[in-house]
Design a protein around this ligand. Structure first.
Ligand SMILES: O=C([S-])c1cc(C(=O)S)c[n+]([C@@H]2O[C@H](COP(=O)(O)O)[C@@H](O)[C@H]2O)c1
Ligand code: NI
Length: 391
């Protein structure tokens, strides 16, 4: 499984996320996409930067040739945009429909946070900095990068917001800024003792939208590292690191169980076949007695942890149950290999299982059954014939 782990101990912002993630893809291709996506006056550029001894990429979004930090661009701080205007701009971007939808979903989070922070409906809010073209560019850029990287699971760990105050269009705000604090609902974080705004509203909204687990990932094999370098000077290097790697979670399984007393054997068999075809590791039924002395069926599906939600959806679709129990378990398996060879009775297959100091082989039932049928002998005799022909 492809894992993306974002180490956010120095928080996150739109440009830091873009900078780090851009190192995990073909950076030139990404810049080309962003520079031709139809955001008028916007230009993405990448450079290598060092901060506190750590080197990495720094992606900058220029508006009419100026960076956000330059005084020439300060006039735009007095502008503000409604959600409707921002949605129209996103709709006009020459990016995939998937990226446009993701960009809008991140903006929806930002708008809901603003609405909570200012206690006014989403329809009445005006976005200042977060509604600017460079903010739209940052968010769309991040959505493009996530589409290019296509991780199966995103982990965000060690999230710190920073402390103190920050100066913005609203005036002087406490850190985390009110919009960030609203976004943080449900996200584990700490302020830390760095004086400054480490986590911005844009960074928080992007993390909230893309993160599957706010945790450090399980042991992973690192494939590539992306380092995003910011321009602020803190007690610690202003960097965000993104790790792309693989984890082998084939041993993490769940057992999903449901009891029913109102389904026919045909319906239960049909459901079992559907789950097996969808990738369940095993499905089995157990006869049980349920309340009111009704004979019923305990239906159990074993599947990989990562398939749990998909299997639950199928169980609710094909079973009459209103509830499913989930038991996490660990599965140990032997390594299996299949051999085949020609015998006087036709092709025969043998499965060998090895591991944990044991090795054993077993002739495939289907081959033995065919030989037994053709020669009108027992399964036991068919096995002896094949074993004798092997010597
Ligand atoms: O743009 C808006 S509306 C805005 C709201 C708030 C609130 O907390 S409310 C805060 N800010 C500050 O603006 C800058 C830029 O944010 P980005 O996410 O675009 O980097 C940052 O300091 C925010 O705290 C803006
Ligand atoms: Ni605000």
């Amino acid at each position: 499984m492809k894992i993306l782990y974002l180490d956010c101990h120095m928080g996150a912002s739109g440009d830091l996320l873009n900078s780090a993630l851009s190192e995990l893809v073909d950076q030139r291709k990404y810049l080309e996409i962003m520079n031709h996506c139809g955001l008028e006056g916007i230009h993405f550029q990448a450079s290598v930067k060092e901060n506190g001894g750590v080197s990495g990429s720094h992606i900058e979004v220029l508006i009419d040739g100026h960076t956000e930090e330059e005084p020439q661009s300060h006039h735009h701080h007095h502008e503000h945009h409604t959600m409707a205007e921002i949605m129209d701009t996103i709709d006009s971007l020459q990016l995939s429909e998937h990226v446009r939808q993701k960009t809008k979903a991140v903006y929806q989070l930002l708008a809901e946070a603003e609405s909570k922070a200012h206690r006014m409906p989403v329809s009445e809010i005006h976005l200042h900095e977060v509604g600017m073209k460079d903010a739209i560019a940052d968010i769309a850029g991040c959505c493009v990068l996530m589409e290019m990287i296509a991780p199966d699971r995103v982990y965000t760990g060690s999230l710190r917001t920073g402390s103190g105050t920050v100066h913005c269009a609203h005036g002087i705000l406490p850190v985390p800024a009110p919009a960030v604090a609203a976004l943080l609902e449900g996200m584990p974080f700490e302020k830390g003792d760095v004086d400054g705004e480490l986590l911005t509203p844009t960074g928080a909204a992007l993390l909230k939208h893309f993160t599957d687990s706010y945790d450090n990932p399980p042991r992973m094999i690192l494939d590539k590292q992306g380092v995003g370098v910011g321009s602020r000077t803190y007690q610690e290097p202003d960097v965000l690191r993104a790790y792309l790697g693989e984890i082998n979670d084939d041993g993490d399984v769940v057992e999903l169980a449901a009891s029913m007393d109102d389904m026919t054997g045909e319906e239960i068999g049909f459901a079992a076949n559907k789950l097996m075809a969808a990738g369940a590791l095993d499905v089995y039924t157990t006869p049980i007695y349920m309340k009111k002395n009704r004979p019923g069926t305990l239906f159990t599906c074993m599947c990989l942890k990562r398939d749990e939600q998909r299997m639950i959806a199928l169980m609710f679709k094909h079973l009459s149950t209103l509830g499913i129990r989930s038991y996490a378990s660990k599965r140990y398996v032997m390594k299996r290999t299949m051999n085949e060879w020609q015998t006087p009775y036709g092709m025969v297959h043998e499965k060998t299982a090895a591991g944990y100091g044991t090795k054993r082989a077993k002739l495939e039932y289907e081959d033995l059954a065919r030989i037994a049928d053709e020669a009108d002998i027992s399964l036991y005799d068919a096995r002896k014939l094949v074993q004798a022909s092997k010597k």
